[in-house]
Structures are given as structure tokens and as C-alpha cells.
Unconditional design. Structure first.
Length: 610
């Protein structure tokens, strides 16, 4: 019998190989120097006779085989619709390198011409692209996954761009195709993993801490290097200078500065394990991969960022936290971290710019004429172009640094929870079916609780958020309590909330410990077997002596049944206020209720008078 999910190691290996071989054409501009990388399409690099065409076609074919493996597994497991769709897709992916287009060399471009091979390649392209769209739409409808919904919308946008011919016969055509093809491979890698194992795998604490710290350190160091290289490019020789300049403009250097500041900002959030920080960092590294593959090719940086993207994409299980609820203490610590990174980048850049007299002159000119170069836009001699470019890069560094500091200090944070009357009604219905304790009444009253519903909405956990802690009122209500605890814990971690269940009794303690929680005793409850007490205990000589002594001292016991007269309720209110008047005493509404006349009118009231 087939397992419902793959082992994590096998799935990570599949994803890694798929990402590498499925995007082998990212190296085309480095391996094929005959064609111009500015306007050449991926299919033209794979045309027979071009350098390394076999490598790119082999990568596409292996990627199709890997999808075929997933398709076969899903069909055998019984997930037939997804399996057959992926099977059809794998055929198209494997057919793409076999049905290569035709083109003839004109200068440094490969101009396509109509032929049978060209027609077959066009049909295959439409077939494969359509299947990607169908699978994304089906998944968006079937599982309602946000990633698939966004991907389907993205495909519609690219289709409109292509039909409108905005992406045709120019540099933008090449860029748009690279973005589209990369997005296809990345989405498919995500989709297969999510289909085989939708939940986050449990990882060891050692791995979690190691990965988070490693990624955070890399982001911080790379952010500083990106800023330093963008500002201190004047001292760099050879091809790397072209990475930060495009003609006589500094937009690539400015892009590097922006990316560097964002990476420094993200480093602290990555160390906390925040999922959103990982997603933003993943997007940045993806942009850098395309930049060093197509916009300003550089083999070393392409390899570096490609491996970073693949590693960060695979290790999603180590980043399962939500954003940290903000306090001024946290804001100030984040500010200290960010400013330290920015100052360190500025100091290193200044030291690099002061290494020789030529760079010093350019730097001094950029600073002294900063206003003229950046804001006034006056024509300057071409010999001052390096100073102008440096001034433009500095302006972006200053502006983005200030914006980042303001964002850290004043970023809005609101954890809003809305109570839904329908949730209360549904909880009441489920409670009648699965409740096994009279204390479960407090899951409905007082009305200070929210309800977390499991994936199948057959059970719930009543909870309340105070500060950064989510208090769950034990036990969960539903047919599968262990699964509810696991799902609620994941939900809390994604919002960076600490978790506390109360009260937990010995009979159910093990289920919480299996979920990775630790018990903490803050009180005890006495449980009395009433039948045994009435049959044996109360007849004991010691108990008879206590009862008789209480009677002689004037104590009288009463049992009041609803409805209660206004005078009795007034007496109870007075007694409650006296008790609460002592320092340190307060009503524990969440788990024990509070003084409420409507509630008391539903209750038996036991009274002891002196």
C-alpha cells in the first residue's frame, strides 16, 4: 500500500533536482556567446547546432520525467484527476526539447522561419502552456490555494501581454519569457510538494535554529556586500563594473542598494523564523537570479543566487512563524540592528572609495556637487559621469535607508479578531455532540472567546489572545482532538503567538505533550466521587463530628433553585464585591466565568450561612 505522503528527504531531493534541471536555460547567455542575450529566446538557444543546445534540451526532458514520476505516483495513490493532468503535462514538457524550433543566423541573432518543425513546436508550446493554466485553475477551484489563484491570474496577464504583442521582437520579449518560464517551474515545484505533503514537516530544533541563523547571517552579509559593491564600484575592474552600470545610468547600482537595504532589514526577521520574511527574501533572490542571467550576466553571482534560491525554497519547514506582535522595545531593537547594518555598509564603502586618489577625487566631487547632480539635473561634462553616477547611487541609499528606519519605527500592526455569531451557533451544536465535561459550558460563556475550526470544520478550540499568547480552553471539542491541537499549534506559530492550554487534567495530558507542549502546574482540583461520598465517607465518625460542630456554631446549608429572587441575587452581588475588594483578587472570566445575574438564574446555588 502506498504511503499518503513522501518522506521529507525524498521530496526535497526531487524539488532540488527539478529546479536545477528545469531552469538549465538560465545559463544560456554564459554558455552560448554567439547569440545576443538581449533578444534571444529560450527556444532559440535549444535549436540544434547552437552551443550547448543538448544541455538545455536534456534539462527540459529530465524535468518532464520528474513530473511523470509524480503523476504516476498520484494515479496509483488514487488522486486520479491531478495525476492524469500532470501526466499530460509531463508529455508536453518532454516533447518540448524533441520538437525544437527552426531559425537561421543573422548577425548575432537567430531569426525563426516557418517550417514543419516550427509549427509542431508552436503547437506543443500552446498545449503545454494551456495545461499549466488548466491545472492552476483546477487547483484554485478544488483546494482554493492562494498560490494557485495568483498563478492563474499571472498566466492570464502574460497571455494578454503576448496577444497584445507588447512582448514581441524586442528585449522585453526575452525578459518576459524568462520571467514566465521561471515562474512555471517554481510554481510546479511548489504545487507537487504541496499536493504530496500539504502540511509543514516537523523539523528538529537543532535544524530549525541552524537554518534560521545561517539564512539570517547570509542575508545580513549579502545586504552589506550589495550596498558596498553598488557604492564602491569605482575600485572594481573588469566585467563586474558592467553589473552595476547600464550605459551612462546608475539604475543597476541603485537596484543593488535597494536590495541590500531590504536584506539587512529582513535578516532579523529571518532569524526569528518568520514565513513572510522568507517569502520576500525568496522573491529578491529570484529577481537577482534573473538579473545575473539576463540583464547583466555574471556566472559566479548567478550560481550563488541560484543555489540560495533553491535552498531557501526547499527549507520552508524551518520558517513557520508569523510576524512578531510589535512593541516599542522590539521596534527599538530592530532599529538598532538596521542602523548598525547601514552604518557598517557606509563605513566600508567610504574606505573602499578612499583607496586611491582617482576614486577620492570622484567621491569628493559627488559629495560636493550632490545637489547639482541629483536634483537640479544640469548638464555636466562627460568626464564627470562617474561622480554623477555615484551621487545618484548615494541618493537612493540615503532615501531607502530613511524609509526603512521610518518603517521600523512606525510600521502599523493590528491583530484584529472578529467574533461571528454563526461561529457561536456552530460551536453550540458541536458541543452538544462531543462534550464530555460540564466545564465545557465555559466554551460558550462568557462571550470573550473566539473559535478555531479544524480543516474539516467538525471540531473547534475556544481561545482568547492576550498580548502575544493564545490561551486555548481545554479540551478541544470534536472527533479528532489530537489533530485539532496540531492544527491550532500550527496556526499560532504562523502568527508568532505563544500557546497555552488550560486547564489540562491528567487524563488528556499526554496528547498535549505529544504535540510538543510542556506541562506547568499552577493549581489543583479536587474530584469527588459523589456516590462513594454519600455511601461511605459522610457516615465516617470524623465527618459526623464536623457536621454537628458546624450546626452548633450556627452554620446553615441551603440549596436555591432557579429562578432566584432579587434579594438573593443582591446578597450574592454584595458578597462577590467584598471578596474582590481585597488586593490581588480578580474574576477569571475566560475559564471560570464571572458574576452575572443571567448566568446565575440558570444555576443551582449552594449557600452556607453563619
Amino acid at each position: 500500500m502506498l504511503s499518503k505522503v513522501w518522506r521529507r528527504a525524498d521530496l526535497l531531493a526531487w524539488q532540488f533536482i527539478f529546479l536545477i534541471v528545469g531552469t538549465s536555460w538560465l545559463w544560456a547567455s554564459h554558455l552560448n556567446t554567439i547569440l545576443t542575450y538581449r533578444t534571444t529566446l529560450i527556444s532559440q538557444y535549444e535549436t540544434p547546432g547552437q552551443p550547448y543546445d543538448w544541455l538545455f534540451r536534456l534539462g527540459d526532458f529530465i524535468a518532464g520525467l520528474l513530473v511523470l514520476v509524480i503523476a504516476a505516483y498520484l494515479i496509483k495513490r488514487g488522486t486520479k484527476i491531478y495525476g492524469w493532468l500532470l501526466l499530460a503535462l509531463s508529455i508536453g514538457m518532454m516533447g518540448d526539447p524533441l520538437l525544437s524550433t527552426t531559425c537561421r543566423m543573422i548577425g548575432d541573432s537567430c531569426q525563426e522561419y516557418f517550417s514543419t518543425a516550427y509549427l509542431l513546436h508552436a503547437i506543443e508550446t500552446v498545449y503545454t502552456s494551456s495545461l499549466f493554466f488548466v491545472i492552476a485553475v483546477y487547483d484554485a477551484w478544488k483546494r482554493k490555494r492562494l498560490v494557485s489563484i495568483c498563478f492563474a491570474i499571472f498566466q492570464v496577464g502574460y497571455g494578454l501581454l503576448f496577444v497584445s504583442q507588447l512582448a514581441d521582437q524586442d528585449h522585453f520579449n526575452t525578459i518576459s519569457q524568462y520571467v514566465y518560464q521561471t515562474s512555471l517551474i517554481v510554481w510546479l515545484a511548489w504545487f507537487c510538494r504541496d499536493l504530496l505533503a500539504g502540511k509543514i514537516y516537523a523539523v528538529s530544533q537543532w535544524e530549525e535554529q541552524f537554518v534560521r541563523r545561517l539564512v539570517a547571517a547570509w542575508a545580513f552579509i549579502n545586504g552589506i556586500l550589495a550596498i558596498v559593491l553598488s557604492l564602491a564600484h569605482l575600485n572594481l575592474l573588469g566585467r563586474i563594473k558592467g553589473i552595476y552600470f547600464s550605459g551612462d545610468t546608475a539604475w543597476l547600482a541603485q537596484h543593488g542598494v535597494i536590495v541590500g537595504v531590504i536584506m539587512i532589514y529582513l535578516a532579523r526577521h529571518l532569524a526569528r523564523g518568520e514565513a513572510r520574511a522568507r517569502q520576500i527574501f525568496l522573491l529578491l533572490t529570484g529577481v537577482e537570479v534573473l538579473k545575473y542571467s539576463l540583464v547583466s550576466p555574471h556566472a559566479g553571482l548567478l550560481a550563488f543566487y541560484s543555489l540560495t534560491f533553491a535552498g531557501l525554497f526547499l527549507l520552508r519547514d524551518d520558517f513557520d512563524r508569523g510576524s512578531l506582535p510589535l512593541t516599542w522595545h522590539i521596534r527599538l531593537r530592530d532599529l538598532y540592528f538596521l542602523v548598525s547594518g547601514l552604518l557598517l555598509s557606509a563605513v566600508i564603502s567610504l574606505l573602499a572609495l578612499d583607496r586611491d586618489s582617482r576614486a577620492s577625487i570622484i567621491t569628493v566631487s559627488a559629495i560636493n556637487h550632490f545637489n547639482d547632480y541629483v536634483f537640479r539635473g544640469r548638464p555636466v561634462p562627460h568626464r564627470h559621469i562617474n561622480s554623477v553616477l555615484l551621487a545618484h547611487s548615494l541618493s537612493v541609499f540615503i532615501a531607502v535607508g530613511i524609509l526603512a528606519i521610518l518603517w521600523v519605527l512606525f510600521r502599523p500592526y493590528k491583530f484584529s479578531m472578529r467574533r461571528n455569531r454563526q461561529d457561536f451557533t456552530n460551536a453550540e451544536t458541536v458541543l452538544k455532540r462531543f462534550s464530555d465535561s460540564s466545564e465545557d459550558f465555559f466554551k460558550l460563556w462568557p462571550a470573550d472567546k473566539h473559535y478555531f475550526w479544524g480543516d474539516e470544520s467538525q471540531g473547534f478550540i475556544a481561545y482568547k489572545i492576550v498580548g502575544t499568547v493564545a490561551f486555548g480552553l481545554a479540551n478541544p471539542i470534536g472527533p479528532n482532538r489530537a489533530k485539532l491541537v496540531e492544527e491550532f499549534n500550527t496556526w499560532c506559530r504562523q502568527r508568532r503567538l505563544k500557546i497555552c492550554y488550560l486547564p489540562v487534567y491528567p487524563a488528556s495530558l499526554s496528547s498535549y505533550e505529544k504535540a510538543g507542549l510542556e506541562p506547568l502546574q499552577i493549581g489543583s482540583s479536587a474530584i469527588i466521587d459523589i456516590k462513594q461520598f454519600l455511601a461511605e465517607t459522610i457516615k465516617d465518625k470524623w465527618w459526623r463530628w464536623r457536621i454537628n460542630r458546624a450546626g452548633k456554631n450556627g452554620y446553615q446549608y441551603e440549596l436555591a433553585r432557579p429562578s432566584h429572587p432579587a434579594g438573593l441575587l443582591k446578597e450574592m452581588r454584595k458578597l462577590s464585591d467584598i471578596w474582590l475588594s481585597n488586593a490581588g483578587r480578580a474574576e477569571r472570566g475566560f475559564a471560570l466565568g464571572h458574576f452575572d445575574e443571567n448566568y446565575l438564574q440558570k444555576c443551582l446555588v449552594h449557600i452556607l450561612r453563619d
